[in-house]
Structure formats: C-alpha cells, structure tokens
Design a protein around this ligand. Structure first.
Ligand SMILES: Cc1ncc(COP(=O)(O)O)c(C=O)c1O
Length: 355
C-alpha cells in the first residue's frame, strides 16, 4: 500500500497466473501451454526478421494477419480484432463492450480473470452457479444483464457447451453482448465463429497460446460484426496503438499457414488426454469429461487434493489447485506429452499408495 496509489489501485485484487518456476527438470502441467514447440515455419519466420523490421514501428493494424484470420474464418478483415494475448483482448472487451449499468453474468466457476477486470473497470459482475455436474444451464442466463461472458470449453472444468446452447443463449439475450471465450476450442469443440454473421451481439475470443503453442508471443484474436470490432479498435487506439510487435505478426502469419502442424498437434494432445484420463480413473480419480488441453480431476473421498498438489510439487511436477468453493477437491492438470503424463501418473500412484 502506498499513499501515491490511486483509489482504484488500492482496491484491486490482481489475477495470479500459474507459476513459471525455472527448474531444468520440471514437469510443468499448470498453465495449459502446449507440450510441443510451434510449427517450424514460425521459427523460420522469426529467424528471417531483419534489422529494418525491428527499427520501424510495426503495422498498428496487423493488416496482413487480420486478412489471414478473416480468410480462415470465412469473415471480413473488419470482423477481426487482434491483441497482445487474449487477456488484453478480453480486457478491452470488458471496458469497451461489457461496461454497462446492468450486471455482467458469468459462471461461478470460470476464468478467474473475469472478476479482476470487473474490479478494474468498475463493472458489477454477477456469478451464475453451474449445475452440480459443472455444466452450464443456459436457462439461468435469461435474467436482465449488461453482458454475458463464458469460456467454452469452460475453464477450469474443460466441459464443452454445444453450439445449440450457444445459439439459445444468443437468442435469449439479443440486447447485450455475449462473449464466448474459446481459448480451448481447438481441442474438441465447435467454434461459434460461424454464428458471427447471424448475431450482431456475438463476440468470439480465441488465443494463439494453447493450440498454436505460442504463449510466449502473446497474441489473441476476437471475431465479431464490424460494429463490435470497431468498438474494440477505439479502445485499442486509446491504449496502445501497436499491441502486436513485428515478430509476433510475422510468426503468427507463418503459424496460420501451417494447417498440417496444427491438426497433428491438436490430435496428439487429444490422444494424450484420453490416455491421461484413463490413467487417472484407474487411480480412482473422478475426471470431468474434457474438451480442452487439460483435465479437471478429483482424487476422491479421503484424499486431499491440495496435499497432493503440494506433494507433486516437491517432486518437480506442477499442476494447478484452486482453493475455492466447490472446486477445492479438484486438480487441474494440463495434458503434457505421454511421457510427462506417465511421470505424473507414476508420482500420483506412489503418493496414493503411501496414504
Ligand atoms: C479461459 C481463458 N481465457 C483466456 C486466457 C488467456 O490466454 P492468453 O492471454 O494467453 O491469450 C486463458 C489463459 O489461460 C484462459 O484460460
């Protein structure tokens, strides 16, 4: 606390990201990064950058990238917004599209950054409880609101909401913006991007951090009708005109050009998820059906999830535990390579045997 801090800063409770410890033999399954390096074309694009590209400011509108994203999504470039990670895109969405007199609705168990942006921008957030099985009941989102946001698949549960339910949500809320945060959609879901032309209140946000293995570059994207995107451009150009640096713009363009790498790496993660889920079930865990690159699993009665989290950490295996209502008995485990998942299962097996 400092007397120089503004009232807003004094009131903030900042988001705490998963830890990034520097440890050579660490098995890091706590922040849902890809276990694989990005497409080799990305590295080629980065290596080919010359001094001139760095000396100059980058294209503030990331025009070539917007065209590439638009083509891939069957949309127009004016329907694409880019930011420095989807966290930045989402922050702009909160300020530019979700700040209204009525409350913003989001699930009681979802991305824990949402309440932080509510605080930052003075938005009233209202949580809507998930059902007991952690599924989202779209009928609960028919109350008056100034916007709706939900991750799909949800985080940290990994549960997918079908496109029919997304459509129902949109039909029931024609007066407010509905944001579908699709950080994990490539691991088994159907994107709502195809609904963008039909609904002027739909914004779909995606990230290059997970399925494109580019968390270190920080690039996120939003798709919506031109008026929504225009609102975001206004916020961006009042905050930071150049959110994507020259390296990121070229590297992401190269990534989008490598469909084969993308498909293969998603398939590998999905196969490893099936294997990891089976291994956890064999150890007595209850695993929520996941459509993401992580699983949400409870060790079961008499086995303390937090104690397991700490004991795994001692062995250099880092997963995520949220000491929060309803989910304190669960661990969120990123799907790693099969070798990493096996090391986790071996460690868990040893720990459970010692109980
Ligand atoms: C649901 C959800 N949305 C958004 C993000 C932010 O991703 P990034 O800022 O890396 O694009 C994450 C990151 O873990 C996430 O889980």
């Amino acid at each position: 606390m400092s007397r120089y801090w503004s009232d807003v800063v004094q009131r903030l409770t900042p988001y705490v990201p998963g830890e990034q410890p520097q440890h050579p033999r660490l098995i890091k399954l706590n922040t849902n990064e890809s276990p694989y390096p990005p497409s080799p074309r990305v590295l080629d694009a980065i290596h080919s950058i010359d001094g001139d590209a760095l000396r100059r400011y980058p294209d503030p509108e990331s025009s070539a990238l917007r065209v590439a994203f638009a083509e891939a999504a069957g949309l127009q470039p004016e329907q694409v917004f880019l930011g420095n990670g989807s966290d930045e895109v989402l922050a702009h969405v909160f300020l530019g599209l979700l700040r209204h007199d009525a409350p913003l609705l989001f699930p009681d168990i979802s991305y824990s950054f949402y309440p932080v942006w509510c605080d930052l921008y003075g938005i009233t957030g209202e949580t809507v409880p998930l059902r007991d099985d952690f599924s989202i009941a779209v009928v609960d989102y028919t109350r008056p609101n100034g916007g709706i946001i939900l991750p799909n698949p949800n985080a940290p549960t990994g549960l997918l909401l079908g496109l029919d339910d997304v459509r129902t949500l949109l039909e029931a809320n024609r007066q407010s913006v509905v944001v579908i945060d699709e950080a994990y959609i490539d691991f088994g879901g159907e994107s709502a991007v195809r609904l963008v032309d039909r609904y002027d209140n739909l914004l779909v946000v995606q990230t290059l951090s997970k399925s494109r293995a580019l968390a270190g570059l920080r690039v996120g994207v939003a798709f919506g009708q031109a008026k929504l995107i225009d609102g975001l451009q206004r916020v961006k150009n009042s905050f930071n005109s150049y959110p994507l640096d020259a390296v990121a713009q070229r590297a992401v363009l190269a990534s989008l050009g490598d469909g084969r790498w993308f498909q293969e790496s998603c398939e590998k993660v999905i196969a490893s998820r099936v294997r990891l889920t089976a291994g956890l079930v064999e150890l007595g865990f209850t695993v929520v059906p996941s459509s993401a690159n992580f699983v949400f699993a409870s060790p079961g009665a008499g086995r303390d999830a937090q104690a397991l989290f700490l004991a795994l950490r001692e062995q250099g295996i880092i997963v995520r535990h949220f000491a929060k209502p309803r989910i304190g008995d669960f661990l969120r485990i990123t799907v790693g390579t099969d070798e990493q998942c096996d090391a986790l299962l071996d460690a868990l097996s040893g720990l459970l045997a010692a109980l």
